[in-house]
Design a protein around this ligand. Structure first.
Ligand code: NAD
Length: 506
C-alpha cells in the first residue's frame, strides 16, 4: 500500500514536470516569455539538493519591458475599472487558487522545504487574501469630508500606478498574495520579482490570475537575481513604489537604489523577536506557543519568537519542558503529512544555520537539545534549544532564521523589558503573564510593531503588519495596504462668497 508520502511524491513529479522541461522564463503582458537573457540559474529542492529546473536570469531589459507593460495596463483601464468589477475578478482569482491549492502547496513544499501541513494552509490563506482585499476594492477610493470656513475639503484616494513587489523565499506564495492582492484592489498594476531560491509558485499565481480574466499586463513576473533584476526594478522610473519583504541589509540597499527616482517604499525586514514568559503565566499555553512560534515553518519566519526570555524563578523548569518538546519535533520529508520540520531552503542557508552551533558553544551557551544536521542528505537541521545564554551572544543578536531557539533568564519586569528592547530589530513581541496590568505595561514599553499577549502569532487580515527599527518601515494589512498603494488627494471647493486677496488692482 502506498503511503500518503508516496502518493504526494508521485503528485509532486507531475506538478514539477512542466518546470523541468525547459528553463523557466517570466510572465509579461499576460503570457510566458523567455526574455532577452543569455544566462540561467539552477533551482534545487532542499529535500536532497537535486535540480528541479533552470531559470532565465531576468535582465534590466526584461524589467523595462515588464514595467512598460504594467504602466500601459494601468493607463489602458485598470485604474479606472469600477471597484466592483475588480472585486469580482479578484474573487475569481481566489477561486482559481482554491482549485489548484493542492498543486500550489506541493510545489511550494518541494521548492522551499516547508512542511505540507503548513503550505496547504498558506495556499488557502493566499485565496483569503484575494477575497479580503478584493472586497475592499469597491471603496478603495474613499476619503474624508473636511468642512472649513468658506470652503469644503474632501479627500479621495487614487492608485499610484505600476508598482514593484519583491518577495523572499519564506512562504513565497502567501507573501506574494499579501502584497499583490491589495495592489490590484487599489487599481495599481504590478511587476513582481520573486526570490531566486523559490521562483515557482509566483508563476502559478500569474497563470491563475490570467486564467481568471485579469487584463494583460496588470500582473507581470520577472525572475532573476536580486542584484540585477531586483535592482533594476527598484531603479525603474515607471515604477512608483516598491513593496519589499526580505533581509534588513537588502532593505537598506533598496532605499539607496530607489532614492534617485523618489519611490515610495514599504520594507518588511528581519526580526529577533522576544517571547517573555513571567512566572505567573499559564505555563502549558506558553509552552505550546513558544515551541510553535519558533519551530513552525522551519523557524524560517520573520515573526518567530527566537529569543525566549524566561523569569529566573521558573527558568529551569520551563526550559526543561521546552527541551523535551523540541527533542520530540518530527523532522522529515516536507510532503509527509506528519512532518513538523522540513529541510531548510538551500545549502547556503543550511551552512549559515549550522555555523551557529559552533558560535553558540564558543560564546558559552549550552545546547540543551539538537545542535547538528539531521540525516545525511538535503538541508535538514535538528531542532535546537540553546540554554545558559545571555543577550550579548551572537545567537541572541543575529537573525539565524532556522529551527533554533535561545533561552535567556531574567529577574523582573524591568530587566525583561530591557533585554527585550536590547536588539537592532523590532518586529514582534510576545508577553506571557496572567497579570493584565503587567501585560499592558510590557506591551506599551516593548519596541515592536506587533505585540501579542497570551497568544501565539495569530494574524488577522484587517490588522496592521510591520516592524520598528531594523525590522522595517511602514505598515500594511487592512486599510494600511491601501494607504501605501494609493495617493490621497485633497480637493478644496469654495462656497463662492469669501473675498479673494487681490493683486494688481488699480
Ligand atoms: P533577501 O533580502 O536576501 O531577498 C529578498 C528579495 O530581495 C529576493 O527576491 C532577492 O532577489 C531580492 N534582492 C536581493 N538583493 C536585491 C537588491 N539589491 N535590489 C532589489 N532586490 C534585491 O531575503 P531572503 O533571504 O529571501 O528572505 C529572508 C529574509 O526576509 C529574513 O531576513 C526575514 O526576516 C525576512 N522576512 C521579513 C518579513 C517581514 O514581514 N518582516 C516576512 C518574511 C521574511
Amino acid at each position: 500500500m502506498p503511503t500518503e508520502l508516496d502518493k504526494r511524491i508521485r503528485k509532486s513529479k507531475k506538478f514539477l514536470k512542466p518546470f523541468a522541461k525547459a528553463p523557466l522564463g517570466h510572465f509579461i503582458k499576460g503570457r510566458r516569455v523567455k526574455g532577452n537573457s543569455m544566462t540561467t540559474f539552477e533551482n534545487i529542492t532542499p529535500v536532497d539538493n537535486s535540480k528541479l529546473g533552470d531559470i532565465w536570469s531576468g535582465t534590466v531589459k526584461d524589467i523595462d519591458v515588464a514595467a512598460q507593460a504594467a504602466n500601459d495596463a494601468f493607463l489602458a483601464g485598470w485604474r479606472d475599472m469600477p471597484g466592483a468589477e475588480r472585486r469580482d475578478l479578484m474573487h475569481a482569482i481566489a477561486d482559481g487558487i482554491e482549485a489548484r491549492a493542492e498543486e500550489i502547496a506541493i510545489v511550494e513544499s518541494m521548492d522551499t522545504g516547508q512542511p505540507i501541513r503548513f503550505m496547504q494552509k498558506a495556499a488557502i490563506r493566499g485565496a483569503a487574501n484575494f477575497r479580503f482585499f478584493g472586497d475592499k476594492a469597491v471603496e478603495a477610493g474613499k476619503g474624508l469630508s473636511l468642512p472649513a470656513e468658506h470652503h469644503h475639503n474632501f479627500t479621495t484616494r487614487h492608485p499610484l500606478g505600476a508598482v514593484g513587489v519583491i518577495t523572499p523565499w519564506n512562504t513565497p506564495f502567501m507573501l506574494s498574495t499579501w502584497k499583490i492582492a491589495p495592489a490590484l484592489a487599489s487599481g495599481c498594476t504590478v511587476v513582481q520579482k520573486p526570490a531566486e531560491f523559490s521562483p515557482y509558485t509566483a508563476m502559478l499565481l500569474a497563470e491563475i490570475a490570467y486564467a481568471a480574466g485579469l487584463p494583460k499586463g496588470v500582473l507581470n513576473v520577472v525572475n532573476g537575481l536580486g542584484e540585477t533584476a531586483g535592482k533594476a526594478l527598484t531603479e525603474h522610473p515607471l515604477i512608483k513604489a516598491i513593496a519589499f519583504v526580505g533581509e534588513s541589509f537588502t532593505g537598506s540597499l533598496i532605499q539607496k537604489q530607489a532614492a534617485p527616482t523618489l519611490k515610495r517604499l514599504h520594507l518588511e525586514l528581519g526580526g529577533k523577536n522576544p517571547c517573555v514568559v513571567f512566572d505567573d503565566a499559564d505555563m502549558d499555553r506558553a509552552l505550546d506557543a513558544a515551541v510553535f512560534m519558533q519551530f513552525s515553518l522551519n523557524g524560517e519566519r520573520c515573526t518567530s519568537s527566537t529569543r525566549l526570555l524566561v523569569q529566573e524563578t521558573v527558568y529551569d523548569e520551563f526550559t526543561a519542558k521546552v527541551a523535551d518538546r523540541v527533542a520530540n519535533i518530527k523532522v522529515g520529508h516536507p510532503l509527509d503529512p506528519t512532518t513538523e520540520i522540513g529541510p531548510l531552503i538551500h545549502p547556503t542557508h543550511f551552512d549559515k544555520v549550522m555555523s551557529y552551533f559552533d558560535i553558540a558553544t564558543e560564546d558559552g551557551a549550552e545546547i540543551a537539545t539538537g545542535g547538528g544536521r539531521e540525516g545525511d542528505e538535503g538541508c535538514y537541521v535538528k531542532p535546537t534549544l540553546f540554554t545558559g545564554a545571555n543577550n550579548d551572544m551572537r545567537i541572541a543578536r543575529e537573525e539565524i532564521f532556522g529551527p533554533v531557539l535561545t533561552a535567556i533568564p531574567f529577574k523582573d519586569e524591568a530587566e525583561a523589558l530591557s533585554i527585550a528592547n536590547d536588539t537592532d530589530y523590532g518586529l514582534t513581541a510576545y508577553i506571557w503573564t496572567q497579570d493584565s496590568a503587567k501585560g499592558m505595561r510590557m506591551a506599551r514599553g516593548v519596541e515592536a510593531g506587533m505585540v501579542w499577549i497570551n497568544s501565539e502569532n495569530n494574524r488577522h487580515l484587517p490588522a496592521p503588519f510591520g516592524g520598528m527599527k531594523a525590522s522595517g518601515i511602514g505598515r500594511d494589512g487592512g486599510d494600511w495596504s491601501f494607504d501605501f498603494y494609493m495617493e490621497t488627494k485633497n480637493t478644496c471647493v469654495a462656497y463662492g462668497t469669501h473675498s479673494i486677496p487681490q493683486l494688481g488692482v488699480k
